[in-house]
Design a protein around this ligand. Structure first.
Ligand code: HEC
Length: 139
């Protein structure tokens, strides 16, 4: 009897561990995964796979204070691109980032969630309703 109980508890623990693993990989991950693939396609050429940018030419996204502080305008930056002088982590950049008008709000939202969480960044979860509302104003 004692044995059967112990066995049941062990089986339950395994079930719980499986459920917990599924829960943790299930929800957030696919969107980051898609965001990561999109980042590789549309952004990594310039900003690099590791988000480090390129010297004085391309600003970094990893640990970027600009990225952290400009979450509201981010959807439009990705959609329209940007140019003109900006300061990122104390370094001035004056380059040109191309537009990405082929990207839908959902795809832009997934890219934001990826860059907000990649490379040790912790800049929060982008909400698709906020992203859509922001794009509404600049499209
Ligand atoms: C052709 C090169 C190029 C590509 C591709 C590109 N960017 Fe940029 N990006 C730049 C440059 C150059 C700047 C600085 C613009 C300026 O000086 O005003 C910039 C600035 C930024 C900034 C603000 C500054 C910072 O580093 O925090 C963000 C955020 C950003 N890019 C995200 C992206 C994302 C996301 C993608 C992909 C959807 C992307 N960029 C694609 C060149 C590029």
């Amino acid at each position: 009897m004692q044995h059967v109980r112990r066995h049941t508890i062990i089986v339950l623990l395994f079930l719980f561990a499986g459920w917990w693993a599924a829960l943790n990989s299930g929800c957030g991950a696919p969107s980051y995964k898609q965001g990561e693939n999109l980042y590789r396609t549309y952004c990594a050429n310039c900003h690099m796979e590791d988000g480090s940018g390129l010297a004085q030419l391309i600003p970094p996204l990893a640990s970027s204070d600009w990225l952290r502080d400009n979450q509201d305008t981010l959807p439009c930056i990705i959609y329209h691109g940007m140019s003109g002088p900006i300061i990122v982590n104390g370094i001035e950049f004056d380059g040109q980032m191309p537009s990405n008008k082929q990207l839908t709000p959902v795809l832009i939202n997934n890219i934001i969630n990826y860059i907000n969480h990649a490379w040790g960044n912790d800049f929060g979860q982008a909400d698709i309703r906020h992203t859509e509302a922001a794009l509404e104003k600049c499209r």
